[in-house]
Design a protein around this ligand. Structure first.
Ligand code: ADP
Length: 623
């Protein structure tokens, strides 16, 4: 389109000043970049300049005579009513931001200024509209609003300052990090947050910024309102004016306290691993070694450089490679392996017995990415263990030899004893001298005692060899109890042994001789361990399916902590019975005999008051 062609011709001569002015206005309207349109109070377009043609796409011919709604979106038709009302009142509408529609249907943001048009008599007859395209302006505004929102919501402290160091903006994260509100910070010098001993940094920063240089991830300390120093990472960029001049600096500060703490913690851990006496190494899930401490170097002989990057099979004996598959499968499941004893191979080919603990290594997101292994050399432990096992075997062997010796010795003792006993009986028959008879009787009593000891020893070795036999018959328990009492009473006439029972005849199953041996043993003990006393009580009680026998003395008693041991082989309560000789096998035999009869034996006792030994036997046991 040829604008000039449309320009009204300005006449050089015979024109009135009014005409001249009008012509000039028409020329301006035609050539302006602003859209200028006029319309009647009814909204009929009466003029339409070339800029309006460019903005809306309608030619002058298409627009003039049309209603203004031609370019008003439907949902904004009300605006026209409002504008016309203002115009009718003779008022101007200034910089009214709205949207209009082009011929091709596109919407366009504009800023509208509408003025009333008056005729010569001053009556309002229409409106002139000047519209300006504000698309770019709108875009810039939107961009700025977005940037402002980003700055406001950023987790990083963002601060800007003039080249002289005066703070000009301060976002909420800066408030949180440094403790000063926006109001407190803006207008202040940046030294507000710089520790005194770091003020020199600011000069360095400014000198960089004035040269147009950006400073990236500068780690330093800044000071909060409450005087704390916090480690931060700073990124500083120059701020340029529209003409490219450096007018200030923007600072983005990130709190790196956590990062610092984490790296300090890591340093401590690294030091621990480095100095540990335990071998510590880590590997990926594919078995590639990723770390190797000094102790690992010492144990396996490979240096860190030699080991890292190698497969863990470097130190696994070929016949144990499947262990690795098992370990990795456990680690993948998130399981830990504790004290797994195995063998590993050193660089020099030596096999080292180790105890291995393996744990999964997790990354930040909790995913299992590898395994850490702690290995301890257990050669020494194994040697000790080996030594202990050897000693234990030796001890068992010696013990067996001792049992064998006791068996042999008692057997060997028994034969001459039987002979002595026999000869003494012959001598007794022939002895006429009454005085010597007494000595002979004493000798015979000692032989009986000795025989009983030897018999007990023989029984013990039989028990050990599993050869103690029983002759099971029915017998009357009362008879057996009475026989035992009578036997003991004969040789201990300074003791009164009282049987307390309501049982007359009670037949039970068992080996009567062995049961009598038990009662004799308990009675003998009752006398031996109640020196100075003169009374023993014996109980025979019938209970449901059981008989219960008790032997009660009023002697030295047994302390509670020893009660559990007295039925053990060779056990003697040494502190209380220093004067009483014995081998510590009587109660062991009693226990063996009673339990083999499916019964129970136990003692109740109070030191210095006396003891009661009880046993129960089933009446009709299937023995
Ligand atoms: P010994 O009497 O030959 O030492 P025993 O096996 O018969 O062996 O008894 C084991 C230990 O139990 C005794 O050494 C003694 O200390 C303790 N003991 C046994 N009977 C009594 C009792 N009636 N009163 C106190 N202590 C007893």
């Amino acid at each position: 389109m040829n604008h000039d062609a449309k320009l009204p011709q300005i006449k050089a001569d015979d024109s009135s000043p009014l005409e001249d002015k009008q012509a000039m206005l028409a020329a301006i309207i035609a050539s302006t970049d602003d859209t200028i349109v006029s319309k009647t109070l009814e909204g009929i377009i009466t003029s339409w300049n070339p800029a309006a043609e460019r903005m809306f796409g309608y030619t002058e011919a298409e627009a003039v005579g049309q209603h203004i709604s031609l370019i008003i979106p439907h949902d904004r038709l009300d605006e026209e009513t409002f504008i016309i009302r203002q115009v009718k009142k003779g008022e101007k509408v200034d910089h009214f931001k709205t949207i209009r529609r082009k011929k091709n249907g596109d919407l366009i943001p504009i800023s509208l200024t509408v003025s009333p048009i008056r005729n010569n008599s001053g009556k309002i007859i229409g409106a002139s509209k000047i519209a300006r395209d504000i698309s770019e302006q709108e875009e810039a505004y939107e961009k700025q609003a977005m940037l402002a929102a980003i700055v406001a919501t950023s987790d990083d402290a963002i601060v800007s300052k003039t080249i002289k160091g005066i703070i000009t903006s301060w976002n909420p994260a800066a408030e949180r990090l440094f403790g000063y509100s926006e109001k407190e910070a803006i207008g202040k010098h940046i030294s507000l947050i710089i520790p005194p001993d770091r003020l020199g940094e600011e000069d360095m920063i400014i000198s960089n910024i004035t040269k147009g240089k950006k400073i990236d991830h500068f780690e330093t300390m800044r000071m909060t309102k409450d005087g704390r120093q916090i480690p931060i990472s700073l990124t500083i960029s120059p701020i340029l004016s529209p003409t490219g001049e450096i007018i200030g600096a923007s600072k983005v500060a990130r709190d790196i306290s956590d990062k610092k703490a984490a790296s300090e913690k890591q340093a401590v851990l690294a030091a621990i691993v480095g100095t540990s006496d335990d071998t510590i190494l880590s590997k990926t899930l594919d078995g590639i070694i990723t770390s190797w401490n000094k102790a690992a170097e010492r144990m396996f002989g490979y240096t860190e450089e030699e080991a890292i990057g190698q497969h863990i099979s470097l130190i696994i004996p070929p016949d144990r490679l499947e262990e690795e598959t098992y370990i990795i499968s456990e680690v993948r499941k998130g399981n830990k392996i504790d004290h797994f004893q195995t063998l590993r191979l050193a660089k020099d080919g030596k096999l080292i017995p180790i105890s291995l603990s393996v744990s999964p290594v997790l990354d930040n997101s909790g995913k299992i990415v590898g395994a850490s292994k702690i290995a301890r050399d257990i050669s020494a432990e194994q040697a000790t263990q080996h030594e202990i096992t050897k000693l234990y075997e030796q001890l068992k062997e010696l013990n067996a030899k001792k049992d064998e010796f006791i068996g042999l010795a008692s057997h060997e003792l028994k034969t001459p004893l039987t002979s002595i006993n026999g000869y003494l009986q012959i001598v007794a028959q022939r002895m006429t001298d009454e005085k010597n008879k007494i000595f002979l009787q004493k000798a015979q009593q000692q032989v009986v005692k000795l025989s009983s000891l030897v018999n007990d020893l023989l029984d013990v070795s039989k028990i050990q060899a599993g050869k103690l036999r029983f002759a099971i018959h029915q017998f009357n328990i009362r008879d057996v109890v009475e026989d035992a009492i009578e036997l003991i009473s004969q040789s201990n006439n300074n003791y009164e042994i009282i049987l307390k029972t309501s049982v007359s005849n009670l037949v039970i199953m068992g080996d009567a001789h062995r049961i009598e041996q038990v009662i004799i043993n308990l009675l003998t003990n009752a006398i031996r361990y109640s020196p100075g006393k003169d009374r023993i009580e014996v109980y025979l009680i019938q209970e449901t399916n059981e008989i219960k026998v008790g032997v009660k003395d009023f002697g030295i008693g047994i302390s509670p902590e020893k009660l559990g041991d007295i039925f053990s082989r060779f056990y003697r309560v040494d502190d209380t019975n220093a004067n009483v000789s014995g081998l510590g096998i009587g109660l062991y035999l009693c226990h063996e005999i009673i339990t083999r009869h499916k019964g129970r034996v136990w003692a109740e006792s109070e030191p210095k008051k006396g003891s009661t030994f009880w046993f129960v036997l089933p009446c009709l046991a299937d023995l």
